[in-house]
Design a protein. Sequence first.
Length: 384
Amino acid sequence: MDSRVALGFAIAWVMGVAFLNVPAALDPLMALYAASYTRISLLMSALFWTHALVQIPSGVLVDRLGLKRNLIACLGAMTLGSLLPLAGASLELAVAGRILTGVGTGLSFPTVFKMIALCSPRNKIGMHQAFFGGFFSLGCIAAYLVIPQLVPLGWIWVYLAPGLGFLPLLAWAVFLRVEGRPAVATTAAEFLGVFRVRAAWAIGLYHSLSWGSVLALGSWVPSLLAEASGSGASAPFAWGGMLVLLVSGIGRLSGGMLLFRLPPGPIAHGSIAVLAGLYGALFLAEDPRALLPLALTAAASASINFGAFFHLISRAGPAGSLGTLIGLVNMIANFGAVAFTFLFGWFKDTRGSFTDGFLVLGAVCLLAVGLGRRLLSARGAAVR
């Protein structure tokens, strides 16, 4: 395997740990910071807001400055951001660290996706990008496996674990020879042209529902199971979030192989339609035993489409603007993911239950399928 692609997979794994290290230690951190569900949602989502906001600037930087400088910058930011909360037991300091980490993750996605697209055989681009998504989900699972075991040693390990993971990858990036196509200066017309690619908006909407579903379910399923069981503590149900992310990882890896048999368009549309039905079932479910199977099926449907999305995007515009195009899709997706994370926390605080969130997401999925079909089939979608 190309060493640049291998580095991308390694970055995805540690980044997964950094994304969900806070939900994996939710109860201890709520006690440490004396935080409500709404305030702890701010800590969980600080990374996601920043990650979303920097996507387009990150894509432009990748297209203009090239891969190596951006790899070093994103890994440096993720390392420093992960270690910053160690300076004191302060919610504000922890949020600042998550914001800096979000700058690094936001820069890393367009950088690594473009590196994979340029360094992979053309017929394996979608598969390798799906594998990147799978390794990211496996890193999220590792957060649920490892972080709860480290918490008894001290809360600092919640943040130290991803920080130590990023350090060797930073050294790897410094000494890695990144070739591929040279960076090009994107003109203003080319930059604005990215926003006119209809496929980017359609896939960004689909990706927001898919990634938002995985993130919301992975973060809140332990609390949802605690609610259904009548228990007030989510820690004993952390395995539920881990299971959601395991299914997501398997779904992303399987989706990469599925691209050898099915075109990406039907995978994209069909998965969102199925997701709408599953959210309706979760809203109507009265038997607590049905919650986890439905949530796991939703996680699979929201993950099998990952490679299809980025295969479509890789063909939607010129190589010189690919980083910016990927940044736009990820920005849309992460704004949706942040909104869904807050949505469930808000419903829990105001209604005392998570279930109304499923009704909202189901309705949005139904609307998205109709809109997505029109945008991806319209003339000018730039997808064939």
